[in-house]
Design a binder for this molecule. Structure first.
Ligand code: BTN
Length: 340
């Protein structure tokens, strides 16, 4: 499909650069002569040189010496179509990808591309978002290379009410990927937060287009603070946000993390579609939240309620028991945990 240039600047894909990258990677850090590359890939020396220049622009560290050849020193941590394509899963989620260097918002781009007929599972990533969006019209701080900012176009044959389950799909998959890869016990907070130590590490935003009561397409957007130092957050977020860098005290490679999250989403989404419901996903979300039984305050559109969280409905609605014993189903709101 044609991607409108107005959506932002993209990483260019090139089969030649893909082939040269693969050949250098296979050599495992040894020198590969220009002549051998030409012969094995059926390319001219100029084509090889151009491909190497593109790879260097993308962040690959390649030593080139005139007579000897090329040696791959390090691969970049940039989210490129090539680096995203490799990796497990992706029967649906991430089966195709559009990778921006800079775009306003991957969710906004996803909605436009979905409306143009993008295939289900299309992944939209960005190194940087200039207009990253959070819940309730808030903005989402998305500096270049600082995190994972991505969205996935989905077309589940489910009612609009399943939107909260799609948000859970992003949150549960991201939490499991972080727990498995780094052993960090991240938790989930209703409706869409990924938290650690009482601070926000990431969030999920689901945008929908609907036809009567059914989802026409959904765009599930995940924002995860990866390599942002505490001092890199705007003043208003410094006390409430965190990143994997701040938690682990080291930089975290984003590419393997993204691949793992996509594989986790792919497996859960396939299960959700084949079962036609999100019960398993909601059960997993419950396992990852410390909220059940907590006393919370929920504010939404100027209304404030307090009560005890008694559970989450199969569609992801929060069940709040008021002091008088009445249980309300909440579909949206900002939650403050008062007491566990
Ligand atoms: C929230 O917690 O308020 C949700 C934040 C979601 C941010 C992600 S970053 C990728 C995608 N594109 C956006 O504009 N927003 C989501």
């Amino acid at each position: 499909m044609r991607i409108p240039a107005s959506l932002g600047t993209r990483w260019r894909s090139s089969e030649t650069a893909d082939a040269v990258a693969a050949a250098l990677k296979t050599a495992g850090g040894s020198i590969v002569s220009g002549e051998r590359l030409c012969r094995s890939l059926g390319l001219t020396r100029t084509a090889i040189w151009k491909a190497v220049r593109q790879l260097v622009r993308e962040g690959y560290e390649i030593r080139a010496s005139r007579r000897v050849g090329y040696r791959l020193v390090a691969e970049p941590d940039s989210i490129l179509p090539r680096t995203v394509r490799e990796g497990p899963g992706k029967r649906i989620v991430g089966s195709t990808a559009v990778c921006f260097r800079k775009t306003s918002s991957t969710n906004a781009a996803g909605l436009i591309l979905a409306g143009m007929g993008a295939p289900e599972g299309l992944l939209i990533t960005a190194e940087e978002q200039t207009g990253g969006r959070g819940r309730m019209g808030r903005s989402w701080h998305s500096p270049a290379g600082g995190g994972l900012w991505f969205s996935v176009v989905l077309r589940p044959k489910l009612p609009v009410l399943a939107a909260q389950a799609l948000t859970f799909l992003g949150a549960v998959s991201t939490a499991h990927a972080i727990r498995t890869l780094y052993g960090v016990p991240v938790a989930l907070k209703w409706p869409n937060d990924i938290v650690h130590g009482g601070r926000k590490l990431g969030g999920v935003l689901t945008d929908l287009a609907a036809e009567s009561d059914l989802i026409r397409h959904a765009v599930v957007g995940v924002g995860l603070n990866v390599n942002i130092p505490r001092s890199g957050f705007p003043a208003g977020l410094r006390e409430t946000a965190t990143s994997l860098l701040a938690i682990l005290r080291r930089r975290v490679p984003r590419v393997p993390l993204l691949r793992r999250i996509l594989a986790e989403m792919d497996r859960r989404y396939a299960e959700m579609v084949s079962s036609g419901n999100s019960a398993a996903l909601v059960a997993e979300w419950r396992e990852l939240t410390p909220m059940i039984g907590s006393i919370v305050r929920v504010s939404h559109l100027g209304h404030v309620r307090e009560g005890t969280v008694s559970g989450v409905d199969p569609d992801g609605a929060l069940l709040l028991r008021s002091p008088s014993g009445v249980v309300d189903r909440l579909l949206a709101g900002d939650v403050t945990i008062m007491r566990r």
